[in-house]
Design a protein around this ligand. Sequence first.
Ligand code: FAD
Length: 432
Amino acid sequence: MLSIFWFRRDLRLDDNAGLYEALRSDHPVLPVFIFDKLILDKLDDKQDARVTFIHETVIELRKELEAKGGTLLVRYGEPLEVLRELIKAHEMAAVYTNHDYEPYARERDNQVQELLQTEGIAFHTYKDQVIFERDEIMTGSGTPYKVYTPYKNTWLKKFKEDMVKPYPSLRHLDKLANIKAEAIPTLEEMGFRKSNLQVPKPLLSKQVLENYAAKRDLPALDATSHVSPYLRFGLISVRSLVAKALQHSDTWLQELIWREFFMQLLYHFPESATESFAPKFRHISWRNDEVDFQKWCEGKTGFPLVDAGMRQLNATGFMHNRVRMVVASFLVKDLLIDWRWGEAYFAEKLLDYEQSSNVGNWQWAAGTGADAQPYFRVFNPSSQSEKFDRDKAYMRRWVPELDTPAYPEPMVDHAMARDRAVSAFKKAIAEM
Ligand code: FAD
């Protein structure tokens, strides 16, 4: 008999809650990773940098497990099918894994639960990717928070330092099953090619975190941690990051709490992945002009901060947070294009794409009801550049033709566009 530990978005051996629990069970543990065909098939870019990153990470993980006398079984397929094959091939006592709160993952895990139940196999799942999950932080009347600040206050009140104590999963690796696994599927076998984009290493030094509050809004300095893809795929535990935040930066801690705020929001309101959070904004008369959208995607709007951000995204898979807010507001308000178009474009391009954070932040920028951000607050792209990139260092880096005749004129008049957007939002409310 053996137990399976199913790695998903927790690609590390250290401080891994589910892995720790599996290793402490009565049976040898076979770790498994599944490249989900249902997800990979939907990716149009066959050189997707995230697939390369996960592939490289999984190869490393297998090496680390082999060094401890175990292995990592890696399959490409539909998770339910792969689990059926594994049930046939091994005498299995239990499957262990960590919670995943995205709507697709919850549906998948319900099906897995049913399958395992009919086979008489236990399914043990654990909280790992957040400090507080699901309904652990609720209002006094037992409803989910829809606004960040009171959510954060309750989060901080309920938090205790022992919540960041690491799970000593590394110490129990002697419980790994001694099985010879087949070769890891190559990228080509899964229909992909190696990406040329590298995921940069996170910057988590004391110095970066202690300067964070003062410098985080200046895109030219690039003074944020870049930890987001590592958190997305779980190469670093959130507990270790919160522990660092407690030591070095309250502001940075608040950003990690934003992440959990949006995760619980999507968990409680899964329909917000595809619909405006507030029902009154579900019938806005968007312009949805495809030519305008293309200009935005390519960074050719004539608004230098917007263009710099979009070009940074296209070239690196990353965009500075301040600039993400500006480009999102510009698409939704200045161009009156449905926030879902922008959300989908970010989902395709961001190395750190996280459904809850992406949807939540897009709806925040659109003012469609996630958090208390009002719809009539419209970022002015010119004053944003003046405030956060005054000497144009960031804009020049990404838009070298700035201030030459080759650079396009602004594609809209901001004041006119602002009024047009506010009217469209007001009309949607009036017609409710
Ligand atoms: P740091 O500033 O060092 O922050 C540390 C961590 O805190 C981040 O890695 C992230 O996990 C979390 N965090 C920071 N800001 C936010 C925020 N506003 N919301 C939620 N979590 C936050 N972040 C994603 O991880 N995935 C996304 O798909 C995503 N889409 C976004 C879309 C828009 C329109 C906007 C405005 C923001 C989006 N963000 C997203 C949030 C934020 O921009 C990134 O988390 C951040 O830029 C990542 O860089 P960093 O790791 O250097 O962040």
